[in-house]
Design a binder for this molecule. Structure first.
Ligand code: UD1
Ligand code: UDP
Length: 395
C-alpha cells in the first residue's frame, strides 16, 4: 500500500484536513499517517478530539508568543526526522500557515511529492495577509499536486505557470467539515445552549447575536486596538445586540482585547475564563476562550452576523447564510464578496461600527447578504481529493 502522510499544525488546518484524513482512512487503500507540528496546542487538540484523530507523530513545538523563525526552524528539523523515518509516497499539507510552508519545504528537500489542499488563493500583496500570502505562494512552488477550492484559485495557479494537469478544482474541505458538524449540532439547540450556559455562564436572551473573531498578524497593534474600540462602541450604543467574542490565544490578541474591553464596564465572570461585560445603557459583550468547533458552529448558526478577520469563517458564513463583515482591506477569498455574503470593512473604528449598524438597521441590506449563494463547494471536496490521489498514486 502507498503511504500518505498528512501534516498540519493549527486549528484551521486541522478542521479542513479532518475530512481528508477520515475519507482516506475510509477508502482503505492507503497507509494513512498523521503528523502534527502542534504549532497550536490547545486549539489543535480541540479539533483532534472532535474528529477522533490520534496523530502518529506530534512535534509539540508551540511555545508562548513564538515567532516565525521559531516555528519554521522547529518544523523543518522536526519533520526531517519524521519524514526520514516514514518515507511516505505523498505528503499532504493544507493552506497557508508557517507549518504548511515549512512542511512542504521539508518534503521537497527529501524529494517526497507534495499535495497542496486549498491551493491557489492569492491577494498578490505579500504583506496582507502576513505571512500567509507568502506561505501559500511558496507552498505552491514546492507542491506537485494542487487541490484548488474554486475556479478562481485554479486561474491564479495557471497564471503562475502551474501545469493544468496538476490542478484540480475540488471545492473547499471546510464545507465538508462544516456539514459534518452542523448536521450534529442542528436539532440539538437545547444541548448547546445548556453547554454554553453551564460552561461559560453564557445566556442567549433573544438579542441579536454578533459573533466576532480576530487574530491576523498584520492587524496587531493599532488596527487591533481600533477593532476593540469599535466593539466597545457597539456594546455601549447597541443595546439590541449581544456581542460574543471567543478570543484567540495569541498574546498579541489577548492583551489588547482584555485591556481595552474587560476594564470598561461592569464585569461578571463565567467558567473557563469567560468574561461578561455590561455597559451602563445595558449593552452586552461576552469574551470567551476559543470554542471547540461544535459549539462554535452552533453559535455561527444562531448568530445574526459575523465580524471577523479569519479566513475559514469567510467560507463558513456564506454556507450558513450569515452575512460576514471582514476586518481586512484585501481578501484572498473574493468569491464570498462577489456572491454578496461577505463585505470588507477594514480595521477602521467608524467603518466597522457603521458596517454592523447598517446590517442591523436595514432589513433589505441584511436579506441581500444573507441570501447569497455559497461559492465554496458542496461538501464533497475530500471525497474528490481522495479519488484524485488514488489516480495519481496508481499511475
Ligand atoms: C496561526 C497562523 C495563521 C492562522 C492562525 C489560525 C502562522 C504564522 N500563523 O496564527 O496563518 O491563520 O494560526 O488561528 O502560521 N497559542 C496558544 N495556544 C494555542 C494556539 C496559540 O497559547 O492553541 C498562543 C501561543 O502563545 C503562540 C501564539 O498563540 O505562540 C501564536 O501562535 P501562532 O501559531 O504563531 O500564530 P497565530 O496567530 O495562532
Ligand atoms: N473556530 C472555532 N472556534 C473558535 C473560533 C473559530 O472552532 O472559537 C473555527 C472556525 O469555525 C473556522 C476556523 O476555526 O473553521 C478558523 O480558524 P482561525 O480563524 O483561527 O484561522 P483562519 O481561518 O483565519 O486561518
Amino acid at each position: 500500500m502507498k503511504k500518505i502522510l498528512l501534516i498540519f499544525g493549527t486549528r484551521p488546518e486541522a478542521i479542513k484536513m479532518a475530512p481528508v484524513v477520515l475519507r482516506l482512512k475510509e477508502a482503505g487503500r492507503f497507509q494513512v499517517e498523521v503528523a502534527v507540528t502542534a504549532q497550536h496546542r490547545e486549539m489543535l487538540d480541540q479539533v483532534l478530539a472532535l474528529f477522533g484523530i490520534v496523530p502518529d507523530h506530534d512535534l509539540d513545538l508551540m511555545t508562548p508568543n513564538q515567532d516565525l523563525f521559531d516555528i519554521t526552524c522547529r518544523v523543518l528539523t522536526g519533520l526531517k526526522e519524521v519524514l526520514g523515518q516514514e518515507r511516505p509516497d505523498l505528503v499532504l499539507v493544507h493552506g497557508d500557515t508557517t507549518t504548511t510552508m515549512a512542511a512542504a519545504l521539508a518534503a521537497f528537500y527529501l524529494k517526497i511529492p507534495v499535495g497542496h489542499v486549498e491551493a491557489g488563493l492569492r491577494t498578490r500583496d505579500k504583506h496582507r495577509p502576513y505571512p500567509e500570502e507568502a506561505n501559500r505562494h511558496l507552498t505552491g512552488v514546492l507542491a506537485d499536486y494542487h487541490f484548488a477550492p474554486t475556479e478562481w484559485a485554479k486561474k491564479n495557479l495557471l497564471a503562475e505557470a502551474v501545469p493544468p494537469e496538476r490542478i484540480w478544482v475540488t471545492g473547499n474541505t471546510v464545507i465538508d467539515a462544516l456539514q459534518l458538524v452542523a448536521s450534529q449540532v442542528t436539532g440539538e439547540a437545547d444541548v448547546w445552549e445548556d453547554y454554553l450556559a453551564r460552561r461559560y455562564a453564557l445566556k442567549l436572551d433573544g438579542r441579536r447575536l454578533l459573533l466576532v473573531t480576530g487574530h491576523r498578524r498584520e492587524n496587531f497593534g493599532r488596527p487591533f486596538e481600533n477593532i476593540c474600540l469599535a466593539l466597545r462602541d457597539l456594546m455601549e450604543r447597541r443595546t439590541d445586540v449581544h456581542v460574543v467574542y471567543p478570543v484567540h490565544l495569541n498574546p498579541n490578541v489577548q492583551q489588547p482585547v482584555f485591556e481595552i474591553l474587560a476594564g470598561s464596564s461592569s464585569v461578571s465572570y463565567g467558567g473557563e475564563g469567560a468574561v461578561h461585560l455590561k455597559s451602563p445603557a445595558g449593552g452586552c459583550l461576552t469574551l470567551l476562550p476559543p470554542l471547540a468547533y461544535a459549539p462554535f458552529v452552533f453559535l455561527m448558526s444562531k448568530c445574526h452576523l459575523v465580524l471577523t478577520d479569519s479566513g475559514g469563517i469567510q467560507e463558513e458564513a456564506p454556507a450558513l447564510g450569515k452575512p460576514a463583515l471582514v476586518m481586512r482591506d484585501v481578501t484572498e477569498r473574493p468569491e464570498g464578496v462577489w456572491a454578496g455574503t461577505v463585505k470588507l470593512v477594514g480595521s477602521d473604528r467608524q467603518q466597522i461600527y457603521q458596517g454592523v449598524s447598517k446590517l442591523l438597521d436595514n432589513p433589505d441590506h441584511y436579506q441581500a447578504m444573507a441570501q447569497a449563494q455559497n461559492p465554496y463547494g458542496d461538501g464533497r471536496a475530500a471525497r474528490q481529493i481522495v479519488e484524485i490521489i488514488q489516480g495519481v498514486l496508481q499511475s
